[in-house]
Design a binder for this molecule. Sequence first.
Ligand SMILES: Nc1ncnc2c1ncn2[C@@H]1O[C@H](COP(=O)(O)OP(=O)(O)OP(=O)(O)O)[C@@H](O)[C@H]1O
Ligand SMILES: [Zn+2]
Length: 613
Amino acid sequence: MRASTIKRSLGVDLTTKIKESRVLLVGAGGIGCELLKNLVLTGFGEVHIIDLDTIDLSNLNRQFLFRHEHIKKPKALVAKEVAHNFQPGAKLVAYHANIMDRQFNVGWFQKFHIVFNALDNLAARRHVNRMCLAAGVPLIESGTTGFNGQVQVITKGETECYDCNPKATPTTFPICTIRTTPSQPIHCIVWAKSYLLPQLFGESEDEAAELDMTENAENADEIANLKKEAATLKEIRESMGSDEFSRNVFKKVFESDIQRLRDLEDMWTEREAPKVLVYDELDQSSASTKLPNSSGDRREWSMEENFVVFKDSLDRLSKRLKDLQAKKLTDDSEPSLSFDKDDEDTLDFVTATANLRADTFHIGITSKFDTKQMAGNIIPAIATTNAMTASLCVLQSFKVLQDDISRAKMVFLERSGARAINSEGLRPPQAYCDVCSVVRGGLSVDPSATLEDLVVGVLQEQLGYTNEMSVRTDEGIVYDPEMEDNLPKKLSELGIKNDSFLTVVDDDDLEKDPRVNVEFWVVERTKPSENSKPVTLKTVDIPRRPKKSVVPEADVVNVTNGTAGNGKRKREGEDEPLTNGHIAKKVAGESAQNGDEDVIVIKDDEGAILIDD
Ligand SMILES: Nc1ncnc2c1ncn2[C@@H]1O[C@H](COP(=O)(O)OP(=O)(O)OP(=O)(O)O)[C@@H](O)[C@H]1O
Ligand SMILES: [Zn+2]
């Protein structure tokens, strides 16, 4: 767009503010690419772009700044170069890095007038939210899932923050369901992807994230069994590369393990016992079966086809691992292969192995296409939703730049309602939010300062805390009345260094009017200060907590991938929200189901599959 046209439509004042602003864009994926293009074309004078990832083939359909020749290059750097051509006058700075790195500290965030989040995971979103609150920089948070999109303006002390509404934590699968009593295709897919594949090709002791490894009584036996099995699998791994390998794997997981399960007769009084698959039988019946080609991705393969794909993918993966091992140079890490939805070999392995297991347990099988959706936790990203969401971010940023937060909105994009775009006013911060309803302050510390200097010298003597309090870092509690042993330790020994965050919680009995939580960020002095105490702070006035009863409890909101994750909230006395906070995509057709249960797969922010059963 020509500068003169922008000036005419936005006015001289806003155009100048836009030109003079320095903004940060976190994430150069689906929304990020669109947003960067919008920002430079709108005339933003300085845009910093950060992304930790490199470009993948599967990004090209919607991350339009990227082309085939950019595959494997850092997203941030390519996005910067390409967008620069749109507006050579703009200053663009790219970082191929994780926004959660310490180098991006509060002081660094303070350089920006606005931060835009275009992320895909909860942890990074939460982190940026907190940094923006600490730095006092407005944040425009955005996300999409399929046809749904969301934009939220967050400003410290004026609006709700990203964490004001609790997010549901992602569900994991109990090991017993995955290992012994699968009842849906997704259970078999998780088994193939998160258990067997890492056992065969991963660093063998890996604990797969999607399996619930908590050692409670129910799980303890299962974990013991699992360990025994892992030992046997290790032996099998040793035959990798020989013709015997796929036979050994098959015989273990579909013959002997299943036979052992069948022998536990009590388990099968209420449900049908699994059936043993016999290697030699399948080997014979599949003698003339060809490997399905890519046109077969959307249909369910026959058992013979699953069998030949199982063997073939194991051969391909074995060869790759052997090659990696042969190339291994001096570094200590063991070469390994892990699941990637865009890696044909691992996807073939997971599809075929999950289907053979599904057959064993009398469960419907899934096509390679559906398996990819489920194992990759994918909800198709829609370029149009990303584009609309990115433009809504820019429109909201105008209100921020004009200091007109009262007109800024929480905006929702949706397909089901009467209107595609709906909005609601921003709410004030939740009084009980642990993230934004805290007081913040800086602590300046000598390199040799101890916890006692902080707890006694500052918190008790200076701020008047009693002994009933705790001090937490991101790693956990470092002080409470039972941890006096820590007092003589240096702060640095407790992991409290430059740019660390510390939260002080007043644990005094609620009736005594405890203080709200205080979050300090630590600035380490390069050398001890001669004139002041080892730990000093800028005095902060710490208010007392409001009485709990007056604040309505926030709803727990389901988190979906890509979305800002706030969902639309409902509070007492409100009508039904216009959109669903819980956006789910049904990815498995009825034919792929066991009985009439629906499998709902959600790509959530932690990368786990949520299942509604
Ligand atoms: N901690 C982080 N620091 C920097 N960038 C991040 C961080 N976490 C995620 N990102 C980036 O945010 C972007 C989110 O974009 P998007 O949701 O389109 O995901 P994608 O990985 O590009 O696509 P898909 O998940 O569909 O393959 C990604 O490019 C990702 O690398
Ligand atoms: Zn909050």
